[in-house]
Ligand binder design. Structure first.
Ligand SMILES: Cc1cc2nc3c(=O)[nH]c(=O)nc-3n(C[C@H](O)[C@H](O)[C@H](O)COP(=O)(O)OP(=O)(O)OC[C@H]3O[C@@H](n4cnc5c(N)ncnc54)[C@H](O)[C@@H]3O)c2cc1C
Length: 815
């Protein structure tokens, strides 16, 4: 490019498939005055050497949306921008070797069909009809995805770049960004060829994202949580049988194969095959000073390391026996960046205004198309069509140091296709954030899980219980935990339970005018002094951004308490909205909380505290518990009489011990989940997300249309109220088999999908499988008979409505 523009709306740093897709989608939205900087040639990072597979399969609704969109875009892009490219939608066969794997496929298949993808479960014989060279004797079932295929990664990147240029965007190749300076609300991006002033900047630097991220630290940024893995695929010589098959089938290619239990993909490349293993004995790169990351690795590869993958390759060759005699013609060994969960960082850059991330993609070819759409929506519209929390960079907070990223990245890569069972916790990167009573909790048998890095007990094992990882490899509710969860729920129902909940996000808001500001910030009313209530924040479309407990300490002094996982999301939401003169102080890590719940909780606490335990539901008070200063809130996510006990970390061991000694029984997160679902209490980013509006979520009682403040989403919600909501929240009782409904199980009526579940669990108090669901508004009437599809099994179900199944009048809570 001859002249670098001095100004732009957005500067995108990085010209791989993702950066080019962001630029293309910004231009599509009418933002043509954007510039992409690429330090070398487009595709020089991971993109040029990618295998180019474009699956839609995912067990995450958001990721599937993003990948599905990519396939739709890629199918039309060549024509749309007049840049022909090789995109083969061959379909794929995903091979299942076990009952559990087939259940996983069934669930993805049902989600896929809901998104309009014609996925199908096949028997091994049916799979063989589509892939005559396939060895099927040991298969349980096969998932067919007709939209899967492969694309030339360089061509799709160039096509996106051409499309963007044609709409006015500029691309500067061989022009590395060298730094950034914040300039008011905008940025100056520095390059060797001059500076560009812009409103927004995007880090799309692939495996260099951490380096680029460093530039944002003076402006509130953090170290980008990532590491780099080596991934290899090999290409074989020509295989005469494949050539013959293609000739006999109009030049078509065989479907792509993924043997996910053995851990590889295999696809026809010309008349040979391409095999790409994800090996458990994997190799990270650039993780320590003996292997420093070079300043420039453009268009480079590492040397082959076949030893690591030979067992998997041998297995793959045996799966397609005609390939057995073919020699290896080429091996590609290139870098892929990994975030700790293997999902990309896509969305607002944590802590930094008007900066975004679109980086650390492990499947950037498959996700690049959708990622561009999502990021352009973030920048131009301030929010995305689909809830994208699973890739939002703010899902990671301060615990993701270098070792954590390396350990998690290796774990994810080595289990790339692993099933994510509901009672399984991955072992790497644990014990990052410990509660002050952590040792006591584990002594009591706590089987721990990580929640935004915080260790919490999921359930309490008794001596002899099987707490092995293997025991969790099931989708079923039954397992060593089941009897214990039942006992824990019964203790909360009949007696008193205690749960240690470290990591609650606590934001203290104070200053003259806090009351007025808060009224304009949330959709509903705010509590009187001495009381608390739930408040919600909506986006401009009236969709649910978050839920907070709002505690009013004084006229202009509040504490907002929210989920541990929401720490950076909600912290930013509040801080960004806060006017000058108001203060926001955070005490998330300085304090701990206990839930004390059950009909005997008053009795348990009465000998320990000077608090007024007769004070009503939704009140709070400063007091002492076990002689230590504490803050008591009369509220209970369990639906039983109960209190939250908040105290300084150093005081919590004494308080916890005293409460246990007074007779409370420890309970865990699994019991809490069951108890809250029976009460219809929604959880953040499952039941409460930007996929639903406040009205759809059944939260109209938390919207105050008549208040003078013009809160976010008011106009949209008023319009929705007039037109009628499309979906409605409902509690379902499900005649479930061995498993309860996971997130995004499809709900059927008369052979048609009419909604989805957002969470599900066995309710031990109501003795039934319960699901929270979003249904088409016209069928959400209590008593309506439906079916919920759980891992492929359609289970009869009945709409209970949106009143809790347990204690609908809240008498137990108010006791
Ligand atoms: C062997 C192999 C096979 C793969 N196969 C597949 C597959 O089949 N399907 C799939 O979906 N994914 C696959 N991947 C992963 C895929 O390659 C990546 O996810 C994808 O290419 C990431 O694209 P990106 O645009 O985010 O990053 P990159 O392609 O790495 O682009 C980042 C760009 O930023 C540039 N840059 C960095 N710093 C600066 C700076 N300071 N200024 C300007 N520019 C800068 C770099 O030069 C680079 O071009 C594979 C990866 C490997 C290694």
């Amino acid at each position: 490019m001859a002249d670098l523009p001095g100004k732009a709306k957005v500067v995108v740093i990085g010209g791989g498939v993702v950066g080019c897709s962001v630029l293309y989608h910004l231009a599509k939205k009418g933002w043509g005055e954007c510039v992409l900087l690429e330090k070398n040639e487009l595709t020089a990072g991971s993109t040029w050497h990618a295998a180019g597979n474009v699956p839609t399969f995912s067990t995450s609704w958001a990721i599937m949306n993003m990948q599905r969109y990519s396939t739709e875009l890629y199918a039309r892009l060549g024509d749309e921008v007049d840049y022909p490219m090789n995109y083969h939608q061959t379909g794929s066969l995903r091979l299942g070797h076990s009952k559990e794997r087939v259940q996983e496929f069934e669930r993805a298949c049902s989600m896929g069909r809901y998104q309009g993808i014609d996925m199908e479960m096949l028997s091994p014989d049916q799979a063989k009809e589509r892939y005559p060279f396939l060895e099927t004797h040991d298969l349980e079932g096969v998932l067919w995805d007709p939209t899967d295929g492969d694309i030339d990664p360089a061509q799709v990147t160039q096509a996106l770049a051409k499309g963007a240029r044609d709409m006015g965007a500029k691309i500067a190749r061989f022009c590395p960004a060298t730094g950034v300076t914040q300039d008011g609300d905008g940025w100056i991006v520095h390059t060797e060829k001059g500076d560009i002033a812009c409103d927004y900047v995007v880090n799309a630097a692939g495996y260099y994202a951490q380096r680029v991220g460093e530039w944002f630290k003076p402006y509130g940024g953090r170290t980008v949580p990532m590491m780099v893995m080596s991934h290899q695929f090999l290409l074989t010589d020509q295989i005469p049988e494949l050539e013959t098959w293609s000739k006999e089938n109009d030049g078509r290619k065989l479907p792509l194969l993924r043997d996910v239990d053995v851990s590889y993909y295999l696809r026809q490349e010309k008349n040979g095959i391409n095999i790409g293993p994800y090996e458990p004995n994997c190799r990270a790169h650039w993780t320590d000073p003996t292997d420093p990351m070079p300043d420039d690795f453009s268009f480079q590869l590492w040397s082959d390391d076949l030893d690591r993958i030979e067992d998997i390759v041998a297995d793959a060759l045996a799966r397609v026996p005609v390939s057995g005699a073919a020699g290896v013609s080429r091996i590609i060994n290139g870098p892929i960046p990994y975030a700790p969960d293997g999902l990309p960082l896509l969305g607002p850059m944590p802590g930094v205004k008007n900066a975004f991330e679109a980086c650390v993609f492990t499947f950037g070819i498959a996700q690049g198309g959708g990622a561009g759409k999502v990021l352009a929506e973030w920048i131009v519209d301030g929010g995305t069509e689909w809830d994208m929390w699973s890739v939002d960079p703010r899902r990671y907070t301060d615990y993701t140091d270098h070792q954590y990223c390396v350990d998690k990245g290796m774990e994810v890569y080595g289990h790339e296709y692993a099933m994510h069972f509901p009672h399984h916790e991955w072992p790497a990167g644990r014990d990052r954030k410990l509660s002050p009573v952590h040792d006591r909790v584990t002594e009591l048998g706590g089987v721990m899980g990580a929640y935004n890095g915080w260790e919490r007990a999921n359930w309490f094992a008794k001596p002899g219980d099987d707490t092995s990882e293997e025991s969790t490899h099931t989708w079923d509710r039954e397992g060593p935990w089941q009897q214990r969860i039942k006992e824990e729920c019964e203790a909360v129902r009949d007696d008193c339970g205690v749960l240690d909940l470290p990591g609650f996000t606590r934001l203290w808001i104070s200053g003259a005018g806090a009351d007025d500001w808060l009224r304009g910030f949330v959709t509903g009313g705010i509590p009187k002094v001495g009381r608390m209530n739930l408040v919600y924040v909506a986006d401009t479309r009236g969709r649910i951004l978050t839920e907070l407990s709002c505690i009013r300490l004084a006229e202009d002094s509040f504490v907002l308490i929210t989920a541990a996982t929401a720490q950076w999301h909600d912290g930013e939401l509040v801080r960004n909205a806060l006017p000058d003169g108001l203060e926001c102080r955070e005490t998330t890590t300085e304090r701990d909380a206990l839930l004390v719940a059950g009909p005997k909780s008053r009795e348990v606490l009465s000998g320990l505290t000077d608090a007024d335990l007769e004070a009503g539901w939704l009140t709070h008070q400063h007091c002492t518990v076990a002689g230590k200063k504490a803050f008591l809130i009369r509220v209970s996510f369990t639906g039983e009489l109960g209190w939250e006990v908040h105290a300084a970390n150093e005081d919590m061991p004494a308080i916890y011990d005293a409460i246990l000694e007074a007779g409370a029984k420890p309970f865990g997160m699994y019991a809490l989940n069951s108890l809250r679902i029976e009460k219809g209490y929604r959880a953040w980013k499952g039941d409460l997300s930007t996929d639903y509006s406040m009205l759809e979520g059944g939260l109209e009682r938390f919207v105050k249309f008549d208040k003078p403040q013009d809160f976010n989403g008011k106009a949209a919600l008023l319009a929705e109220k007039q037109q009628g909501r499309k979906k409605a929240f409902a509690i379902l009782k499900v005649d479930a088999g061995t498993a309860d409904a996971p997130y995004m199980s499809t709900v059927w009526k008369d052979g048609e999908v009419v909604g989805e579940t957002t969470s599900g669990a066995w309710g031990y108090r109501v003795n039934a499988s319960v699901a929270l669901a979003m249904l088409r508004a016209d069928i959400a009437e209590p008593g309506t008979e439906l079916e919920v599809e759980i891992y492929g099994e359609r289970c009869k179900s009945i709409v209970h409505g949106d009143d809790p199944l347990w204690d609908p009048a809240n008498e137990r809570l108010r006791a």
